[in-house]
Design a protein. Structure first.
Length: 472
């Protein structure tokens, strides 16, 4: 990666994009070496490239040939399994920056965006080198430059490789344009993220005298080794992973019983530590079961089968990369009631004896009791629904008999639900036929020939005179 990260106005022909990096990675397999000489560039493009390297299947080794500054620094630190520095190479970290315009709200939004980017980048450096995020934010604020030895001492790089060939470095004018300092020589000594001797905090200290790592050089001199050999040995020591194994006793209770179509919960016996994972094996046909992956609690539902049917459940327990362990538990279907349909009772040894049941007392397990209670509630609802249907049918009978009109039906039904007897006295006591349900009669034409006589105008005048004379 020799050039700016992301689209660049000054060097468009050398721009390095995430798309080009991912295309190259897709064409190769196995371990890969990435050589970097870049002054940085776009933050988002850099994060894309870093994640592409981090997600690569093989081991990724980044060699900083000349300069890994700004975005190029976190690509190397966050994307590689190993970061190596050429003897004369440098690495620089600083806070994100941008150009903006707009009103106060726009500027505040830009400031929040920059601070979010800074925290994200500081966590990348802390993830590789250790130390507190705030300490790395302080180093970024100072625009800290590291020589190869200083980058290794700070934990940002894993080692130094000898010079083989000179890589093209970004021009001095371009570096000055982008950064506070042109290079490491123009910048102050950086702090190294290593705890001082006897200090339990993680506050960085320089650990430097001039441009030399005095402690490392002194140790190498006493051991008769080169500083690089001592550094590599110490890196292997501090990066070594220690695995501690401990035995935990976990089992499941036997003899769990469940009624037909009932559900049971089986909890492991013993404390279940964090880090274990539970997986359930095959379940017999008709049964259904599941296990909580982190707690091991089994929930099993029985089929509608005869009492006595049993099933064995196998649970595999896995702890990290250790060997898996299989645990088993059995579940049996029990009868919800005896042959006469009465709940199973417990005969007491003697009535009134403490701890025993009386002769008229029935003992039920909680699951059976819950099922009987649910059945009773269902029966009660069915009874209430049947009762309401009969009341409505009685009101419909009143309408059919002509005791009330159809428009009164809704009021009569509501009255029946409130007080049936009062509704019967008010509506049902009306005689049948109070409201006609059929025609009571019809008119007929009594003229001889069936044709009505149509009065003439003279007849109408005559009738009018007769009526006036009658009413005088």
């Amino acid at each position: 990666m020799y050039g700016p990260i992301g689209p660049d106005f000054w060097e468009p022909e050398n721009a390095i994009t995430a798309k080009s990096v991912m295309a190259q990675l897709s064409e190769i397999s196995g371990d890969v070496t990435v050589r970097i000489s870049s002054g940085g560039g776009d933050v988002y493009e850099g994060i894309d490239i870093m994640n592409a390297l981090k997600g690569y299947d093989g081991e990724v080794t980044v060699i900083v040939e000349s300069l890994a500054a700004s975005a190029a620094s976190f690509i190397a630190v966050g994307g590689a399994d190993r970061v190596l520095m050429r003897e004369s190479s440098e690495l620089m970290i600083h806070r994100a920056w941008t150009f903006t315009d707009g009103n106060a709200d726009d500027v505040r939004k830009t400031l929040e965006d920059l601070e979010r980017q800074d925290s994200k980048l500081a966590r990348i450096y802390a993830g590789k080198a250790g130390g507190e995020v705030q300490d790395w934010l302080d180093a970024m604020s100072a625009e800290t430059w590291y020589t190869a030895e200083e980058a290794v001492a700070a934990g940002l790089a894993d080692g130094i490789v000898a010079e083989k060939s000179s890589a093209p470095a970004p021009s001095a004018s371009l570096a000055k344009r982008r950064f506070k300092f042109a290079n490491r020589a123009a910048a102050p000594p950086p702090p190294v993220t290593r705890s001082e001797s006897g200090d339990m905090t993680s506050k960085p200290s320089d650990g430097q005298i001039g441009d030399k790592m005095s402690i490392l050089n002194q140790l190498a001199k006493e051991l008769g080794k080169t500083p690089e050999d001592v550094q590599n040995a110490l890196s292997g020591f501090f990066n070594e992973t220690v695995q501690v194994n401990t035995e935990v006793e976990i089992s499941y209770p036997e003899g769990t019983q469940v009624v037909p179509t009932g559900k049971a919960t089986i909890t492991p016996v013993g404390d279940v530590p964090t880090g274990l994972s539970f997986a359930l094996g095959e379940v017999a046909e008709g049964w259904s079961a599941e296990v909580a992956e982190d707690t091991g609690v089994i929930t099993v539902t029985a089929p509608n089968s005869e009492p006595g049917e049993q099933v064995s459940l196998t649970v595999t327990v896995q702890s990290g990369e250790g060997e898996p362990t299989e645990l088993t538990t059995g579940v049996m279907v029990k009868a919800a009631a005896d042959d006469e349909g009465e709940p199973t009772s417990v005969e007491p040894a003697a009535p009134g004896t403490p701890g025993e049941l009386g002769g008229d007392t029935v003992s039920l397990d909680s699951e059976t009791y819950a099922e009987l209670k649910a059945a009773a509630q269902f029966g009660w609802k069915a009874m209430e629904k049947d009762k309401e249907s009969k009341l409505v049918a009685e009101v419909d009978g009143w309408v059919k008999d002509g005791r009330i009109s159809a428009s009164r039906r809704a009021k009569a039904v509501a009255a029946m639900k409130r007080d049936p007897q009062t509704a019967r006295d008010l509506y049902g006591s009306n005689p049948k036929g109070t409201i006609p349900r059929a025609e009571l009669g019809y008119g007929v034409d009594d003229t001889a020939d069936g044709e009505p006589d149509i009065p003439t105008r003279e007849d109408l005048y005559k009738r009018a005179e007769e009526r006036r004379a009658t009413h005088k």
